[in-house]
Ligand binder design. Sequence first.
Ligand SMILES: [Zn+2]
Ligand SMILES: [Zn+2]
Length: 253
Amino acid sequence: MEMVPGVHRVEKLRGGNAYLLADARLTLIDTGMPGGAPRVLSYIRSLGREPEELDHIFITHGHMDHAGAAAELRRLTGARLVAHRDEGVRTPDGALVLRGDPNGEAGLLVRAMSRLGRFEPCPVDVAVSDGDLVPCAGGMRVVHTPGHTRGSISLLLEKRSILFAGDAIISNRDRLSRPLPFGTDRAESERSLARLAQLEFDVCCFGHGPALTSDAREAVAALAASPPKTPLWQRIVFRRGDLARFGVRMFKE
Ligand SMILES: [Zn+2]
Ligand SMILES: [Zn+2]
C-alpha cells in the first residue's frame, strides 16, 4: 500500500511494519518475521521493480518482528544491511551480527517471540551512529533513539519530512502510545521520545499500527508531553485489545 508517494507499507507481512521506499533505487526499512522474504520480493515485483534494485535494508532494531527476515532478504537481493553499531553482537573478528536478542539478554519479549520463529543471525554491513546520513532515498538521517533496545534507531527522510520511528512509539488505531516497557530502559525511552518530538516532520511511520500522514510532529509532541500516570498493570488491562491485535500479527497479517 502506497501511503505517501514513493513510500509503501508491504502488505500481508507477519510481525512489525516493513516499508519500501521506491526511488531511482529501492530501500527497505525493517523486514517482519522470519519467512517473510518471499512476500517482500513479490511486493517489489508487483510494483514492476526487481529485487536486485534493493540497495539498503535498514533495521530499526533487532527484535524478531522487525529483523526476522533480514538475513534471507540480504542473501536474496544483495542489499547492504544497515543497523546501529550498538544493536548486534561482535564476533571475535569484530564483525557486527544481529541475533534477535538486541539487549544481550533473553527478556520476556525476546523469549515470547523466539517461540514464533527461528531467528537467522544476520551480518550488519553498515554499522551506523547517531547523525549519520546514508546516501539512499534522497538521504536517510540516522537518529539514535535507545530505550526500547540499546541500538534502536529512527530514520528521517529530511527532504520529504518523513520519520520512521520503529518501536520508539506505537501507533494504535486511535492514538499513539509508548511501547510496553518489557526489557526497556524507561528513562532512556523518554529521552528518545522527547528528542523525536523536536525533529521536523509531517508524516510518521511506526513499527506497529497505522502511519500518520499529516501533522505527525504535533501528535508525537503531545505524547512526549504526557507521561503515563497509571501503573503498568492498569495500562495492560486497558490496552488488552491492542495487545491481542499485536499478538495476532505475529502469526498472520
Ligand atoms: Zn515491534
Ligand atoms: Zn521491538
